[in-house]
Design a protein around this ligand. Structure first.
Ligand SMILES: Cc1cc2nc3c(=O)[nH]c(=O)nc-3n(C[C@H](O)[C@H](O)[C@H](O)COP(=O)(O)OP(=O)(O)OC[C@H]3O[C@@H](n4cnc5c(N)ncnc54)[C@H](O)[C@@H]3O)c2cc1C
Length: 382
């Protein structure tokens, strides 16, 4: 009888794991992929929706169209993971497993910032991006505060991309000179592991008249007074407040022994948890790579992790295939507006020390960003 492989979460990590296992193992084993949603979206397509370039419906890919042959997709909410009995319980059923891959991502927790749910907007969820577009469309003058609440958050360059695209959007509408854009970051530097990207961000912020307020940790929003309270500083007035909400491990992980230390801890090379045959990939993990630096929460690294896990499970089941080590190799795009896109390339574990460098910005990388999305959709969906 074939082995039972259960993949929890059909995001970047889960989809790549399902595709790889399907390619390697075909129909001879029982591969099940579970997600509470009926669709997947590429993270950065939220910008398309936020700026009204595409609708929410246009950026969804449905799991009913999954390409991975022999993979059984189940739409249901995972409620409990019993590592002792090797059983996962969803709202409607329960599933036993021989191998378990956890790719449940990071949960947004906007309610952790007092006043934010009532007084602010976000673009990290599809609903949030959809709600924000008409607000941006009507916004013609005043102060816009864009704030990162804390680390870790998905795709570290994304909030800076938002700032550049806000500038472009308002220029396009002929209202930019009436809008004061201020970006508030909690720490001293925008991207601690990418100094060349940081230099380019600073240069372009100056050019585009976007203020970068470092060490400005927002601790509460007062929607009635339209003020953001900042730790150890005077409050800042705003007309429109956009924030990157706090991130935390998903509820089912917080309620499990796997979440005892917060994000799931794994072995760096094998991605295996402390439990034999149980692996975790992507945003749900915290993988330290150097003093104070962890693998960033980004789709590219989730995929890289999934490839390593696929190779290990395949080798354990069939004894065949080449070993693939997790190197935390990947790239995040950084859109500077005006058609200019850069790519932050990273190799965190494949060399003696983490290597991160900026490529571009250039108009050619705009195409690269489009291909990144198209390639994944074509690989994972019919
Ligand atoms: C604005 C923005 C721009 C971005 N740009 C980039 C970029 O340029 N490059 C890049 O690499 N990354 C980018 N990202 C980040 C990227 O989207 C994430 O890092 C990536 O999706 C993480 O993959 P994952 O598989 O770990 O988790 P996810 O893709 O988040 O998937 C997790 C899945 O688990 C499911 N799930 C969670 N809990 C349960 C439960 N209890 N029951 C059932 N299902 C559950 C969810 O529905 C979800 O489908 C961006 C993100 C944002 C928000």
């Amino acid at each position: 009888m074939g082995k039972k492989i259960l993949i929890l979460g059909a995001g970047f990590g889960g989809l790549e794991a399902a595709s790889g296992l399907s390619e390697n193992l075909g129909n001879s084993h029982d591969i099940t992929l579970i997600d509470k949603s009926d669709h997947f979206i590429i993270g950065f397509s939220k910008f398309e929706v936020m700026f009204g370039r595409r609708t929410a419906a246009q950026v969804k890919s449905y799991y009913a169209d999954l390409a991975a042959e022999g993979v059984n997709f189940v739409q249901d909410t995972i409620e409990q993971i019993d590592l002792g009995r090797k059983i996962v319980t969803t709202h409607k059923a329960s599933f036993s497993y021989d191998f378990l891959i956890l790719g449940l991502g990071a949960e947004l927790a906007p309610e952790l910032m007092p006043g934010f749910v009532d007084g602010g907007f976000e673009f990290y969820s599809l609903d949030g991006a959809e709600r924000l577009f008409p607000v941006l469309d009507r916004f013609t003058s005043g102060t816009l505060l864009l704030s990162i609440f804390g680390a870790p958050y998905k795709c570290p360059p994304a909030p800076f991309e938002a700032a550049f695209q806000l500038h472009d959007f308002f220029v396009g509408r002929g209202v930019r000179e009436n809008i004061d854009i201020k970006m508030l970051i909690p720490g001293p530097v925008p991207l601690p592991v990418a100094p060349d990207a940081e230099e380019e961000i600073r240069r372009r912020f100056d050019q585009q008249n976007i203020a970068l307020l470092r060490k400005h940790k927002v601790v509460a929003i007062d929607p009635a007074a339209r003020q953001a309270q900042i730790e150890g500083r005077d409050a800042l007035a705003y007309d429109l407040f956009i924030g990157v909400p706090h991130h935390r491990p998903p509820e089912v992980i917080r309620n499990s022994v796997l979440g005892a230390k917060g994000w799931i801890q794994v072995d760096k090379e094998s991605l295996m948890t402390a439990y034999e045959g149980v692996y975790a990939v992507g945003d749900v993990t915290m993988i330290p790579v150097a003093e104070g630096v962890s693998v960033p929460k980004a789709g590219a690294f989730a995929e890289d992790a999934a490839r390593a896990v696929v190779s290990q499970i395949t080798r354990k089941i069939t004894g065949e295939g080449r070993p693939v080590k997790f190197n935390a190799v990947g790239a995040c795009f950084l859109e500077f507006g005006e058609g200019q896109v850069a790519q932050i390339n990273a190799n965190f574990l494949g060399q003696s020390e983490p290597h991160v460098f900026l490529e571009g910005p250039s108009a050619a990388l705009r195409e690269g960003k489009d291909h990144f999305a198209d390639d994944r959709i074509q690989r994972w969906f019919r």
